[in-house]
Design a protein around this ligand. Structure first.
Ligand code: NDP
Ligand code: 8X3
Length: 252
């Protein structure tokens, strides 16, 4: 029987790359996101390319009710989940604390923190039943080191880091692995979203250096998920060669 990976935010970027990687490695995949057309497209592509099955779930991770409803309605054959990748997330705006839009703050905290909590709590009863299950949370270097105008995005990712550590401790008794992945700059739709569709600002974010790709992160995540049952990678901080921490870049 195939293993199952549940990946949030798989309509683009890191989540989509994870769906591709785990499908290539023979996993059946549950992919989530708010854009149903993209979910269907990913499903069709993966099922055509690999001999695996894909289940799409269209929901907003910020809705606790919706998250629990979706998980409660999972078909029985999709309930033996081995890997949960909590990836759905975003930054909105990059403004000094006194200029930032407070609605953006709410959206980031609700998505990056509340969403991750709801999805994990909803899936935990299933993860506890599966032998050797693994929760992988996508944090950020922004959750390790605050940078100017990063304020609440950084706070949300510091929270992801703390929650990841807390989960690892509290789920020790259940034998569930918990891993935090903390990437630096990865070229995805992240900056388009952050700068609200401003292509110039988004492109400038990756100018002068070679950023990580979503596939780099997916490969790393797969590595952490493919180790022997007794080995748990607690956390990995990953940047491209030209980045050190959140602030220092060697740009050419
Ligand atoms: P993308 O914008 O390419 O992908 C974000 C994904 O999250 C999309 O699939 C989106 O799906 C989903 N998502 C966002 N909000 C919600 C929501 N409310 N409900 C459900 N799904 C949602 O960005 P990345 O791939 O770069 O980002 C993935 C994760 O990686 C995020 O947590 C981000 O913070 C983190 N990260 C990114 C870095 C980077 O430089 N790119 C670096 C470090 C961490 P949809 O819009 O269809 O709902
Ligand atoms: C995304 C990386 O440095 O833009 O989490 O915050 S950064």
């Amino acid at each position: 029987m195939s293993k199952i990976a549940f990946i949030t935010g798989a309509t683009s970027g890191i989540g989509k790359a994870c769906a591709d990687k785990f499908a290539r490695e023979g996993y059946d995949i549950i992919i989530t996101g708010r854009r149903s057309d993209r979910l269907l497209q990913v499903k069709l592509e993966l099922e055509k390319e690999y001999a695996i099955k894909v289940l799409t779930l269209c929901f907003d991770v910020r809705s606790r009710e919706e998250v629990f409803k979706q998980v409660e309605n999972l078909p029985v054959k999709w309930q033996d989940i081995n890997i949960l990748i909590n990836n759905a997330g975003l930054a909105l705006g990059k403004d000094l604390f006194d200029d930032a839009d407070m609605d953006d703050w709410d959206t980031m905290m609700h998505t990056n923190v509340d969403g991750l909590l709801y999805v994990t709590r909803a899936l935990l009863p299933l993860l506890k039943k599966t032998v050797h299950s693994h929760i992988i949370n996508i944090g950020s270097v922004a959750g390790k080191e605050v940078y100017e105008a990063g304020n609440v995005y950084c706070a949300s990712k510091f929270a992801v880091d703390a929650i990841t550590k807390a989960m690892r401790i509290d789920l020790l008794k259940d034998g569930i692995k918990v891993t935090g992945i903390h990437p630096g700059a990865v070229e995805t739709e992240f900056s388009i979203v952050r700068f609200k569709g401003d292509e110039n600002k988004a492109t400038a974010a990756y100018k002068g250096f070679t950023p990580l790709t979503a596939a780099d992160i997916a490969d790393t995540i797969y590595f952490t998920a493919s180790l022997p049952p007794h080995v748990c990678i607690n956390e990995l901080v990953i940047t491209c060669l030209q980045q050190a921490g959140t602030y220092y870049f060697f740009k050419q």
